[in-house]
Design a protein. Structure first.
Length: 70
């Protein structure tokens, strides 16, 4: 599992459902959001975006909520 460092928070990849992983957005010691991809293709798109340095603010968490890390 991988971790991506951003200014003010960290994104941590976690096992979720067999090959499908979810991503916890952690600020300090608190999980402020969990991004749950709908399928493997969506999960790979999330990983590519994180690898490219994208910020998760404004992303949808998979449950219809917009992520805002303040």
């Amino acid at each position: 599992m991988r971790t991506w460092e951003r200014e003010g928070y960290t994104v941590v990849e976690k096992e979720f459902d067999y090959d499908l992983h979810e991503f916890e957005v952690v600020k300090g010691e608190e999980v402020v959001a969990t991004i749950t991809p709908s399928d493997i293709e969506n999960m790979n798109e999330i990983i590519e975006a994180l690898d490219a340095g994208e910020d998760v603010n404004g992303w949808e968490d998979g449950s219809g909520n917009t992520i805002s890390v303040k």
